[in-house]
Design a binder for this molecule. Structure first.
Ligand code: 5GP
Length: 190
């Protein structure tokens, strides 16, 4: 099992969208979330959209492999589908936040934890600032969170630098199918 994580704004969801489209041999875990769907998002494909009560029920009944709160919403990975895919030998990918990745580290130490890093801090800063329409205070808060998130990199088995989406996908797929080849060369792939 492979976990893709990294700072918010680094481009994880773009990488996942490319894998969904170009690599049907990889199974992408579908998370449950209390967040409302964005335009174009489909229930059961991008997320399972649930209310707070249903999320609580899943937590209470231990049906989530990990879960975390992110920007006021809750997100979690349904346990059973993951275990079924792993038992069947299907390459399995989880795209989750840093807190979730830490939980997987504790509960499934055999999982490969991949940190998606921006090419430079300036690049991430540009993305976190967005279109510059938000108040400076909000931007400052995002940048502070981004610095904390970047500091988590050493907790991961491997770093992929987000150069182009095709490039990251290619490297991710090859390490999912041959993790030793990648891991022995260096732990920071560029
Ligand atoms: P978004 O709302 O933009 O889709 O996702 C917000 C954050 O939640 C992203 O960092 C994403 O990786 C994370 N996330 C999505 N699904 C899960 C999950 O099942 N568990 C955890 N811990 N984080 C998740």
């Amino acid at each position: 099992m492979t976990v893709l994580s990294g700072p918010s704004g680094v481009g994880k969801s773009t990488v996942v969208a490319e894998i969904r489209q170009a690599h049907p041999e990889v199974w992408l875990s579908v998370s449950v979330t209390t967040r409302k769907p964005r335009p174009g998002e489909q229930d059961g494909l991008h997320y399972f959209f649930v209310d707070g009560e249903e999320f609580e029920r899943l937590v209470e009944s231990d049906e989530l492999l990990e879960w975390a709160e992110f920007a006021g919403n809750r997100y979690g990975t349904p346990r059973r589908p993951v275990l079924e895919r792993l038992a069947a030998g299907v390459p399995t990918l989880l795209e989750i936040d840093l807190e979730g990745a830490r939980q997987v580290r504790r509960t499934m130490p055999e999982a490969l934890l991949v940190f998606l890093a921006p090419p430079t801090w300036e690049e991430l800063e540009k993305r976190l600032r967005g279109r510059g329409t938000e108040p400076e205070e909000i931007i400052e808060r995002r940048l502070a969170a981004g610095r904390v998130e970047m500091a988590a990199e050493p907790e991961f088995d491997l770093t992929l630098v987000n150069t182009t989406v095709q490039d990251v996908c290619h490297r991710l797929i090859s390490l999912m199918t041959d993790p030793h080849g990648v891991m022995t060369s260096t732990n920071r792939e560029v």
